[in-house]
Write a protein that binds this ligand. Structure first.
Ligand SMILES: NC(=O)c1ccc[n+]([C@@H]2O[C@H](COP(=O)([O-])OP(=O)(O)OC[C@H]3O[C@@H](n4cnc5c(N)ncnc54)[C@H](OP(=O)(O)O)[C@@H]3O)[C@@H](O)[C@H]2O)c1
Length: 250
């Protein structure tokens, strides 16, 4: 029998228009959830929701507090509850050494990858308290350790901060029965990593860099998000799960 793990649940997936967020919206909806996807690009977002069943688009720029608030309010207005928040939206900066990064570039990355997750979380908490809901943060291997030559310090800082915030929020809201967990993907085949996978040689290098012998698919990450969003992980909170073909263990 196929089990609908999320029947009756309502989820918000940030950055749901493509990549890991899109696959996450797909797997959550296939498991019975009603899913709101949100991102900045309206056309792409609508295109994404049109490909899925029981998935609804509400566009917002995660850097704008009022827009984030509106996504949560509209979700409640339309569906009456919120059970799952997947903090997934993110950007990757131009590769530069620290001394070459401007304040503007630094702040842009932090504003999306860290402050954006703060905004969605703070507006969602009152409703997650009511549903004893769950939050899944999408961090990165880059937040777990330093990689030589990676040179994306603002990105690493944002992802490391999200790891510690996962632990803070899990303790802060445990009494409200809100679980907060985190996944740390290695290199996943999405728009974000396209610049690093231009040639066969790039691809081969990246595949071999992961002990399991290949980079990840968005589905690899989405499946672990489903686990953390569902009752299958009901006794798990504050966990930081590497989903990376073993890359961070090297
Ligand atoms: N791909 C990897 O190898 C990898 C590895 C580790 C961690 N991650 C993390 O996984 C998450 C998803 O990555 P991905 O590879 O799926 O990325 P992606 O394909 O580039 O998608 C990024 C998503 O974030 C949204 N987004 C970006 N800026 C936004 C903003 N200001 N406001 C609202 N939405 C915004 C994008 O929507 P718009 O285009 O509409 O702005 C898009 O939906 C990110 O947090 C990333 O850091 C990825």
């Amino acid at each position: 029998m196929y089990l609908l793990k999320l029947k009756g649940k309502v989820a918000i997936v940030t950055g749901g228009s493509r990549g890991i967020g899109f696959e996450t919206a797909k797997i959550l909806s296939e498991n019975g959830a009603t899913v709101v996807i949100t991102s900045k690009n309206v056309k792409q977002l609508e295109n994404a929701s049109n490909q899925l069943t029981n998935v609804y688009p509400i566009s917002a720029d995660i850097t704008e507090e009022e827009e984030v608030k509106t996504v949560v309010e509209k979700t409640i207005e339309k569906f009456g509850r919120l059970d799952i928040l997947v903090n997934n939206a993110g950007i990757f900066p131009k590769i530069k050494q620290l001394h070459e990064i401007s304040d503007l570039e630094w702040n842009e990355v932090l504003n999306v990858n860290l402050n954006g997750q703060f905004r969605f979380t703070k507006f969602s908490i009152p409703f997650l308290k009511k549903s004893s809901g769950t939050i899944v943060n999408v961090s990165s291997d880059a937040g777990l350790k330093a990689y030589e030559g990676f040179n994306a310090d603002a990105y690493s800082a944002s992802k490391a901060a999200l790891i510690v915030l996962t632990k803070c929020w899990s303790l802060e809201y445990a009494k409200d029965r809100i679980r907060v967990n985190c996944v740390c993907p290695g290199v996943v085949d999405t728009d974000m990593t396209k610049p690093f996978l231009k040639t066969e040689k790039d691809r081969e290098f990246m595949d071999n860099d992961h002990p399991i012998g290949r980079i990840g698919t968005p589905g690899d990450v989405a499946k672990s998000i489903l686990f953390l969003a569902s009752e299958d992980s009901s006794w798990t909170t504050g966990a930081i799960l590497a989903v990376d073909g073993g890359q961070s263990t090297k």
